[in-house]
Write a protein that binds this ligand. Structure first.
Ligand SMILES: *[C@@H]1O[C@H](CO)[C@@H](O)[C@H](O)[C@H]1NC(C)=O
Ligand SMILES: *[C@@H]1O[C@H](CO)[C@@H](O)[C@H](O)[C@H]1NC(C)=O
Ligand SMILES: *[C@@H]1O[C@H](CO)[C@@H](O)[C@H](O)[C@H]1NC(C)=O
Ligand SMILES: *[C@@H]1O[C@H](CO)[C@@H](O)[C@H](O)[C@H]1NC(C)=O
Length: 344
């Protein structure tokens, strides 16, 4: 009798398991966009979008209509002096998964106030007050729409355009730079992944064998190989618990760019707090200094600095910019950043 019993128990278990994973597979296939994209998190993200004026920045809010008819919101934050704005770089901010563009204003404020950069931000479709719902294809259209707007802008169209992206935003930034090789003077990416399928075994080990069902893609590992003439800054938190730091290393390795390739690792940086690690903003400042036509004050004071002088100045700059206060909370939202240039 046990001989009889065992196999039927076993086959029951097997079919139950088979059923569970088939259901899991269907769920994964149908709902993966909802699993990946988190526009309603944290609460209020679809109704409350902080404004640049709350951070003392003048701005224009633009509603852009994408080629597939979706209305998305953007902030255009241009330096007050028109000539300065034309000479300064323009950073297009591709935000991370949760929240909306308004949650990243404290970081935009550092770019604007401390680095004299124009900043352009967008809430992807389905995020913040933008219409629609997120998808790979949709986000790619949104980033292209934003870039096309900047290139047609009477002031910003004349500037050097830099793509910046954190986490999922890094994938969006890599993608838009790869598709528009002549449009960008630089790319800055933080804690982003090789591809969504390569993230699955790490995030949900149970679904390891179902990776092939993943129609979400963001193939950054392939896309970054298409970028061959743009300088790239890699900002990597060595303690990232969400995206394994090996993904950033893989992207750095995969990059074939003939221009500068800068690797910056932050020993204590986790997924959401890498931007408050010492040296984060100095790395961005130095990267921009190599690209921009205008010069930031301390560098300008040097009469025709040689390459070595410049490097020295920049590493001194690393001590100069310090975070005075600021938090990145569990959702990766930033609050009350204050950066000060230290007195000599
Ligand atoms: C995935 O498949 C391999 C062999 O193909 C198997 O050994 C492993 O147990 C499977 N993992 C899961 C989580 O189902
Ligand atoms: C680095 O890139 C090369 C070619 O792009 C590839 O063959 C190699 O496997 C990569 N190594 C790592 C550690 O990712
Ligand atoms: C990392 O954190 C440890 C413990 O708080 C601290 O001693 C160390 O200086 C930090 N390292 C960096 C590079 O920030
Ligand atoms: C970081 O933010 C993501 C959402 O963007 C969240 O899922 C994750 O739990 C956060 N990590 C930590 C350590 O708080």
């Amino acid at each position: 009798m046990p001989d009889d019993y065992m196999p039927s128990w076993l086959s029951y278990t097997l079919s139950a398991t088979g059923l569970a994973s088939a259901a899991g597979a269907v769920m994964l296939y149908l709902y993966q966009s909802d699993l990946l994209y988190l526009p309603s998190h944290p609460e209020g993200s679809r109704t409350e979008v902080p404004k640049p004026s709350q951070y003392g920045m003048p701005y224009v809010e633009e509603t852009l209509t994408t080629k597939d008819g979706v209305k998305i919101k953007s902030y255009i934050i241009t330096l007050k002096d028109e000539q300065a704005a034309k000479n300064a770089p323009t950073i297009i901010y591709h935000h991370a998964n949760a929240g909306n563009m308004g949650h990243r204003l404290p970081i935009a404020q550092v770019f604007y106030e401390k680095f004299n950069a124009n900043v352009v931000m967008l809430s992807y479709r389905g995020y913040g007050l933008s219409e629609g719902s997120p998808s790979d294809k949709g986000l790619r259209i949104d980033s292209q729409t934003m870039l096309d707007y900047v290139r047609a802008h009477p002031i910003l169209g004349k500037t050097k355009i830099i793509a910046y992206g954190q986490s999922l935003g890094g994938a969006v930034a890599i993608d838009v730079v790869a598709r528009n090789p002549d449009a960008f003077a630089g790319l800055m990416i933080e804690n982003t992944f090789l591809s969504v399928p390569k993230m699955i075994p790490h995030v949900v080990p149970m679904l390891k064998n179902l990776t092939w069902l993943c129609h979400l893609n963001w193939p950054s590992e392939n896309n970054i190989r298409q970028i061959v003439k743009t300088p790239i800054l890699f900002l990597s938190g060595a303690k990232d618990e969400l995206v394994p730091p090996s993904h950033m290393k893989g992207l750095y390795n995969a990059s074939q760019t003939r221009a500068t390739k800068v690797w910056k690792e932050f020993a204590n940086g986790t997924h959401n707090d890498t931007c408050i690690q010492p040296g984060y903003f100095s790395a961005i400042r130095d990267f921009l200094a190599d690209i921009r036509d205008d010069q930031l004050e301390p560098i300008q004071q040097q009469a025709a600095p040689s390459k070595t002088d410049k490097v020295k100045l920049q590493s001194e700059g690393e001590e100069k910019f310090q975070l005075v206060s600021g938090v990145a909370d569990a959702e990766g939202m930033t609050h009350s950043f204050r950066f000060e240039e230290e007195e000599d």
